[in-house]
Design a protein around this ligand. Sequence first.
Ligand SMILES: Cc1ncc(COP(=O)(O)O)c(C=O)c1O
Length: 412
Amino acid sequence: MHCTMSMPHSAESARERGRAVLFDNYARFPLRPVRGEGTYVYDEAGRKYLDFTSGIGVLSLGHVPDAVAARLKRQLATLWHTSNVFESPLQEAVAARLVRASFADRVLFVNSGTEANEAAIKLVRRYARDVRGIEGGTIVAFERSFHGRTMGALSATGQPALHDGFGPMLPGFRFLPYNDTASLQAIDAGTIAVILELVQGEGGVTPADESWVQALVARARAHQALIVVDEVQTGMGRTGTLFAYQQYGFEPDVMTLAKGLGSGFPIGALLAKEAVARVFTPGTHGSTFGGGALAMAAAEAVLTIIDDPAFLAHVRQKGEALLGGLRSLASGHPDVGVRGRGLLLGLSFPEGARRYVDLLREEGVLVLTAGTNVMRILPPLTVSDEEIAAFLDALDRVLQKRAAEKARPGER
Ligand SMILES: Cc1ncc(COP(=O)(O)O)c(C=O)c1O
């Protein structure tokens, strides 16, 4: 790990050529990874970075994990795609594992988180019409949530800045403040479903309070509103249990998954209890690529590793080690907050987090932002004690630099 204060000339011109042909919709970090191995990525010049982004919470097993790579190679030589016009032994096997490990009775495979949430929105609307006789009911969602970028999932996303210029949004969503018990009174007989993240990831790494979740579940049940948990980011072991809802003492009706389920291979899934899943009769929903053989092979290999009590105990232990280290560093910086669950952790900075994300990158360490104030820390679930120690050392240097800058403002 080492300093990269400015890009070499050739990398700069390659970057400009790339930017001329790609849409400019991402404010990308000035880094060009071309190879990954475990918790490390290497850029075009061969520089090594400790990667605590996991491709935004996707690489549950790190870069190019051997078991998944081997399973994918085997599948590459066997069968890639047939579409859902045929039966799929592979889909059935992966679905059976997910059903065994969760509250759900049935699984529908798609290709991404947003697509899983689109399917969830359609499912709860269809259920409301078919089972409760309600058309045009309301889905309650939460401020600062993130459910995806396609029109339905975007309409459920409680971040007005992301809606800007794309209206009209889908009707039928109502936003309540997150972790605010009093406002749950708004869930009433016209509410067909509630959709929530149990840790808001993109919105700022904010865990749901247990008492608030209990009140939400009670209120939703009292009014027959379905509970949809969006576990696209929190699922697949990220928070220390296979699914985050398992730490909150309730069972949802519907769950969406994506990110970590393929550890880098694109995949999404919608899971539901039988009584809800049943309303998706033949022809109501579909996806050409959903549940393709390669994605299923990746998910099968990922589940074999993650759906194991010993692996999940490892995640909890590393999560506690990292959280403990963050708390101890932050104790010397009283305005820096620490939050999160498992290996979905955040540090909040009142003045904004971006500068410290950039300083860490100069130290050879990659992290993300969430919202504007939070540094989001998402190592692979396979992270080692040594990698956690290296991360904390680099963070310590960055926090010391921040303290020095605060002591001498204007001198940076
Ligand atoms: C909670 C949550 N839901 C949905 C999504 C959208 O997933 P995708 O980018 O795969 O469409 C994300 C992505 O960050 C997410 O964090």
